[in-house]
Design a protein around this ligand. Structure first.
Ligand SMILES: Cc1ncc(COP(=O)(O)O)c(C=O)c1O
Length: 1002
């Protein structure tokens, strides 16, 4: 056993599924037994109803699976190919010293593996951690409403600009300072293309390194009639402090929405002014990157987009135009303090095409970590980091300007911890020389500044550089350049830019925080412990080894703007995982940047738009077809891409919904009618397959051919790939683009709502349009390239890189056989549950009991059941959600309630559970059936054993309470009976306890 394996930071034997082949616990004899019950002879027969023409034919090849130890060896060796150097690279992504509490919280499975807390009674752990994050940022910024969370700063910026147009009612022009990070600007431009958002860039003055306010005023005057907002950075892309208060005042004077782009590490006590204090009243929104609050650069991600808006006596409305998730305080039935998600009616799962954004999975767990790190640092710790960063920058400025030919690029412009110098030689050559001495000495910003001599360098300091690093730089410079007797002192930060008030954010001890977060973890449940039947979310076992490998220092410490030659390990992973997804899908190309399913959808739809712009000869293709049962992200994405649904001269534009037929599949008759009516107006179709009822769309190829016949394109929502990976070849199915949610099928943990990752595969037609970076192997060296007609960029850098490492590690552990087995057992498990439970409950869509299910299915009640239960005082629409609460009483999570069918419970077991576990789950559901039949009143008092009773969500939304003062950690209520204890009881015993608890209910 090698050192890498011996030194694992966890005990793999404590996790019963960790070292099983393919992480599947069902034994061969159990498989045979279940097949027999289902009247089948082999796993292949599970897929007999799928046309042969669309299946892989011995041509699915992912290679041989690696053993647990070989996997660790292999990925460690790849990670070691990265060269981690002393770094002065910051720019789009900063790095600071990390708080030890972050690793502690990462080890809490109740927090890492849970889903979005849609069941607040079983999600208080995640909800409190997010509430604290929002409030820690509130303490720093002064903004009342901080959402939790967005993907990264660049996408946040786009969302803020979009929200500003909603607030400004039909004004669609926004001004974006060119001095924002170029990577962020590229994302905004990519996302706004083909939409009504008109983004105008205001250039900055290349000799002062600042934006001239007079130029901004000219732009405001020019675009005034249609102008919604101005977005500006506090620290700009060449390190200088912009006149943020002056810019805010221009917005105030012209009634424009002001959007500040900030760095939360710079605004604590004695730091820079927070955005709530800019100008006369503060800005309307702020956006920020938060990855560096908790994590190392990780070659770019997972990032953390932070979005803040005002919610106070003078502005209670703006929040409704904003994207993302907010957490509010309320009480439970017993009057206990509780937290829950609020204002959901803005979000895609409710508002669909009218949603404020398409975001669904976000970066929740990074927000949790950032919250923990902020509580560990406290405002004083952040101030210390700020001061050290400034001191390091002053020292470096002083050192570097003492060498002959090294001059400050902007001698009189104040900066904090990043500055530009002009060099006596070409910057690119300078950086190569430094890297030979193991120093990443900044980045080349000559292009950014249009410097003819290509000799400008941007250096970034933080609290990370040590005296030794300083000496290393000094000795490198002494070796190559001549030192003079003079050196310069960095310009002072003007007082008007500095904060005078004290930030009230205490620092808590690591032990106290760890104990607190562990207790929060116990308020959630995890697929480690039990079946987590949340349909469409694929709550499978998340191997620890993937987290371990993604956390190797060679992986985490590399900056995404590092030189390619220093990043060969990370580039190899990107190259190989792209090839893996070409295999899995059968498609020709892969986009690696998208960080969630919804963002993958947007990538696909925007590629469709680019393709049509090139191929549709002036014909405007303005219609997207979407099945009625689709996930809310599909219509929300289409709207965000620019498909606005409206009637124009009696003809529809935007989204047309397609209904299901009596087999629960797309109604081909309606589809044919729509296609013949709108033919060349159709840009494409988005179909989830298998669909959200767990039924495979057997007419998919016919449907794809029909769409292709009128020049349209086919998007497959691949959220349910867990049922068909290794079985169905998407190329044969006629798919042009598909996203693979790595946080579902490909095992990365859900983190209480994110981060996810969503590799998008595309057909040959779209390969030239792939956005973001791709990697090729040329003469043994991995190199980054861009597609010839790349549609741009959807996220800064390479998206959630660390999650790609997790997916890569999972796929290496599966190989060809494992992927096929994963899908087969996922389908077998669902078929078995459906076989047992389908006898006790009707299914949805109606009359589809005989249609074979894939990985999930939907149960409902009879009309008589609904009538009977309604009579005891539960509104009809609340009956299914209340049944969800009953599941919590048995120590398991609820199925997905009221989606995609308002009266359905969607159950997805995944491949992770053995027959005993599946049987116990069936017994639970059958006990719930008995309760519904004999004791329906129990629904009123459920849940009974969670840490809190039923949460008052109406109050939470009416009387919005976003803020608390963090002077101590909030109390954490224990489970009344822990899920673990419930799991060791018989179903009958639990039933008796429920009866008793119900009797005691007031
Ligand atoms: C069918 C389907 N499509 C799309 C999505 C959105 O994916 P994400 O949450 O990764 O954005 C989901 C998420 O639950 C889904 O189930």
């Amino acid at each position: 056993m090698s050192e890498h394996v011996r030194n694992l930071p966890y005990d793999s034997t404590k996790f019963k599924k960790e070292t099983l082949p393919y992480y599947i616990s069902m034994t061969d004899s159990e498989i045979t037994e279940i097949l027999k019950i289902l009247g089948l002879h082999s796993l292949d027969e599970l897929f007999n109803h799928l046309p042969d023409s669309i299946k892989f034919k011995n041509d699915f090849n992912m290679g041989k699976a690696l053993s647990y130890n070989d996997l660790i060896e292999h990925v460690t060796n790849v990670a070691n190919k990265n060269k981690i150097m002393t770094s002065y690279v910051g720019d789009g992504l900063k790095s600071y010293k990390l708080e030890k509490i972050v690793d502690d919280v990462c080890s809490i499975r109740g927090l890492t593996t849970a889903y979005t807390p849609y069941q607040p009674e079983r999600g208080q752990g995640t909800l409190w951690s997010l509430y604290l994050f929002s409030n820690a940022i509130h303490s720093l910024t002064g903004f009342e409403a901080v959402n939790a969370s967005m993907y990264d700063r660049s996408t946040c910026l786009f969302e803020a600009l979009n929200a500003s147009t909603k607030i400004s009612k039909n004004k669609n022009t926004v001004l974006l300072l060119e001095s924002n990070y170029p990577g962020d600007i590229e994302v905004v431009q990519t996302l706004s293309k083909h939409t009504s958002l008109n983004v105008i860039l205001i250039p900055f003055n290349k000799s002062t390194g600042l934006t001239d306010l007079s130029v901004v005023k000219d732009y405001v005057e020019k675009y005034q009639s249609d102008l919604a907002s101005i977005a500006f950075p506090q620290i700009n892309c060449v390190g200088n402090i912009e006149n943020f208060s002056g810019l805010t005042e221009i917005c105030e004077d012209n009634k424009l929405v002001s959007i500040a782009v900030i760095d939360p590490m710079l605004i604590s006590t004695e730091g820079l002014l927070p955005p709530s204090q800019y100008g006369k009243k503060g800005t309307n929104f702020f956006v920020a990157e938060g990855q560096h609050l908790a994590l190392a650069p990780n070659f770019g991600g997972p990032g953390l987009g932070i979005f803040g808006t005002r919610y106070n006596e003078t502005d209670k409305l703006s929040i409704r135009a904003t994207p993302g998730r907010y957490i509010g305080k309320t009480i439970d039935h017993d009057g206990n303090e509780a937290v829950t998600m609020i204002l959901s009616t803005r979000e895609q799962h409710i508002r669909r095409d009218k949603a404020s954004s398409n975001i669904c999975s976000n970066q929740a767990f990074i927000a949790t970590l950032a919250g923990a790190a902020l509580l560990s640092r406290g405002s004083n710790g952040i101030t210390t980091s700020f001061k050290v960063a400034r001191k390091n920058a002053e020292n470096l400025y002083n050192l570097i300007t003492s060498f002959e030919g090294f001059k400050p690029q902007f001698p009189n412009t104040p900066f904090v911890n990043e500055f530009c110098v002009s060099l006596p030689i070409n910057t690119c050559d300078f950086l190569k020389m430094a890297s030979k001495d193991q120093i990443e000495l900044g980045i080349d910003v000559s292009e950014r500044l249009k410097a003819k001599n290509k000799n400008v360098l941007l250096l970034s300091c933080s609290d990370i550089q040590t005296d030794e690093d300083y000496r290393k730089v000094e000795s490198f410079l002494l070796k190559k350049f001549k030192k003079t007797s003079t050196s310069l002192i960095a310009p002072k930060i003007p007082e008007k830019y500095l904060r005078l008030d004290q930030v009230a954010l205490p620092a808590f001890k690591r032990e106290e925080l760890f104990d607190f977060y562990q207790k929060l973890g116990e308020q959630n449940v995890s697929p480690d412990d039990n079946i987590y039947p949340l349909g469409s979310c694929t709550m499978k076992y998340n191997p620890l080894v993937n987290d371990y490998l993604a956390g190797l220092p060679g992986i985490t410490n590399l900056h995404p703007q590092s030189n390619e030659l220093t990043a060969q390990g990370s580039l190899q992973i990107l190259y190989e995982i792209a090839n893996m997804f070409k295999q899995i899908t059968g498609l020709a190309g892969v986009a690696l940047q998208p960080v969630a399913g919804a963002q993958g959808e947007l990538v696909g739809i925007k590629m469709f738009q680019a393709y049509h712009a090139d191929h549709s000869k002036g014909q405007s293709r303005n219609i997207i077809l979407i099945p009625k049962s689709a996930h809310g992200t599909n219509p929300a994405t289409s709207t965000m891409a620019g498909f606005i649904t409206k009637e124009v001269n009696g003809s529809t534009q935007g989204i047309i919904e397609i209904c299901a037929n009596s087999h629960g599949q797309i109604d081909m008759n309606q589809l044919k009618e729509v296609v013949s009516k709108y033919h060349q107006q159709i840009a494409g179709i988005m179909v989830t397959n298998p669909n959200t009822s767990g039924i495979f769309e057997t007419n998919f190829k016919e449907m794809a051919d029909l769409i292709h016949s009128v020049g349209g394109l086919v998007y497959m929502d691949g959220a349910n790939m867990n049922a068909i990976a290794g079985i169905v070849n998407l190329e044969k199915l006629g798919v042009d683009a598909v996203h693979n949610n790595l946080h579902k099928t490909w095992s990365i943990p859900h983190g209480g709502g994110g981060p996810g990752d969503a590799i998008v595969a595309v057909s040959k037609k779209l390969v030239d349009y792939i956005p973001g970076t791709q990697v090729k192997l040329s003469s043994g060296v991995y190199e980054i390239f861009h597609a010839p007609k790349s549609i741009g960029s959807f996220h800064r850098h390479h998206g959630n890189f660390a999650h790609k490492v997790r997916g890569y590690s999972y796929l290496l552990a599966l190989g060809t056989e494992g992927v096929i087995k994963m899908s087969s057992i996922a389908v077998l498990s669902a078929r078995y549950l459906f076989h047992r439970l389908g006898k006790a409950f009707p299914t949805l869509p109606e009359n589809t009991q005989a249609i074979p299910r894939m990985h999930e299915f939907i149960l409902t009640l009879t009309k008589e059941d609904f009538d009977r239960i309604q009579k005891i005082g539960i509104p009809r629409t609340n009956i299914i959600p209340q049944i969800g609460k009953l599941f919590l009483d048995f120590g398991v999570h609820a199925p997905t309630v009221a989606f995609p069918e308002a009266f359905g419970l969607m159950i997805e077991p995944t491949e992770s559970f053995n027959k005993k576990e599946l049987d116990r789950f069936c017994d639970i559901v059958l006990c719930i059936r008995k309760i519904l039949d004999e004791y329906p009143n129990i629904l009123i008092s459920a849940p009974h054993f969670t840490p809190i009773k039923k949460v008052d969500e109406v109050k939470a939304n009416k009387d919005i309470k976003l803020n608390i003062k963090i002077d101590k950690l909030p109390p954490v209520l224990p489970n009344k009976i822990t899920p673990h204890a419930l799991d060791s009881m018989s179903i009958n015993e639990i039933f008796e306890r429920i009866l008793k608890a119900h009797e005691e209910y007031k």
